[in-house]
Design a protein around this ligand. Structure first.
Ligand SMILES: C[S@@+](CC[C@H](N)C(=O)[O-])C[C@H]1O[C@@H](n2cnc3c(N)ncnc32)[C@H](O)[C@@H]1O
Length: 282
């Protein structure tokens, strides 16, 4: 396990992933009943954009930094920016909204959930787990586990609340991750068939994504929506874009995307390259 998210925090792929995460959480909040958010690959909680790792790649300058500079962002983007500003204000003990830290998925979710909701976060890498544990020390809404996220799915599904969102965000250090996902998801859905599952994946070559879609179509009967955003052309061995597969997408999820995707692509594209699309897989 060599992957460290600190090199990538706040990049264009984080931006779309976290916008979709916030959208799904708000859609769950249309009902008063509590829900559980499960983050299978949670990371360390937040990332210092002035760290050595972040400075080495500067990926955030093509992601969150561009978004912050856009005039008149749509409502969903404004909610996301509010989360980022709030966390920066808390961590820097200042009311001046700067961009020093970038929150990871569990800390973003923590800003959005209500007192009746819960978060279960899994992280396998020991240092990242320890940092995550420290971030949420004493927080009764959060359960942080030092465990394999795929095994966590077995252990934590179905959640006691019987309503929930599961974010699956593996590092894809090797291509087996797609196979592991395709094997794990049907079992997870068997345990919790009405859950909303949001799975992030890289768009490096079109073939891997296409094979992933085919394997999901074969084994999953629930509705599946795929969302793709690319900002580069089809370059070989390069992160040209990223996708999210949403299983059991909530009512109206697609409506918000219809205005978000063109706005995001315009804000993030490199020289008008790449494209965006969302489509049903089944
Ligand atoms: C892409 S990062 C997560 C980013 C985070 N979800 C966010 O959006 O801010 C993937 C994380 O998964 C961790 N990881 C790798 N293999 C894992 C596994 N089998 N189970 C749980 N965590 C794992 C890595 O250490 C890394 O922190």
């Amino acid at each position: 396990m060599n992957y460290r998210h600190a090199y990538h925090a706040g990049n264009f792929a984080d931006v779309i992933k976290h916008l979709i995460l916030i959208d799904l959480l708000y859609l769950l909040e249309r009902k008063e009943a509590p829900f559980c958010y499960i983050d299978t690959h949670a990371g360390r909680g937040y990332y210092d954009l002035q760290s050595e790792q972040s400075n080495k790649t500067n990926e955030y300058t093509h992601g969150i930094e561009k978004i912050i500079q856009q005039p008149n962002p749509p409502v969903l983007v404004q909610r996301y920016l509010d989360c980022i500003h709030k966390i920066n204000n808390q961590l820097t003990h200042s009311h001046y909204a700067s961009l020093r830290y970038y929150p990871g998925s569990p800390l973003i979710a923590k800003q959005v959930i209500r007192p009746q909701d819960k978060i279960i976060a899994c992280e396998l890498q020991p240092d990242e787990y320890q940092a995550l544990k420290n971030t949420f020390a004493g927080d009764k809404q959060m359960a942080v586990h030092h465990t394999d996220g795929f095994l966590g799915l077995k252990a934590f599904l179905p959640p006691k609340e019987r309503r929930g969102l599961i974010l699956i965000d593996p590092p894809y250090e090797d291509t087996n991750e797609f196979i592991r996902l395709a094997q794990t998801l049907p079992a997870a859905l068997k345990r919790f068939e009405t859950g909303i599952y949001a799975i992030w994946y890289p768009l490096k070559d079109k073939k891997s994504a296409e094979q992933f879609y085919q394997s999901l179509k074969k084994t999953i009967s629930q509705p599946i929506l795929a969302v793709e955003l690319t900002i580069y052309p089809d370059l070989p061995n390069h992160l040209n874009g990223s996708g999210m597969v949403i299983i059991n997408p909530p009512w109206h999820f697609n409506d918000n995307l219809a205005s978000l995707l063109p706005w995001l692509w315009k804000a993030l594209t490199i020289n008008q390259q790449g494209e965006y699309r969302s489509f049903a897989l089944n």
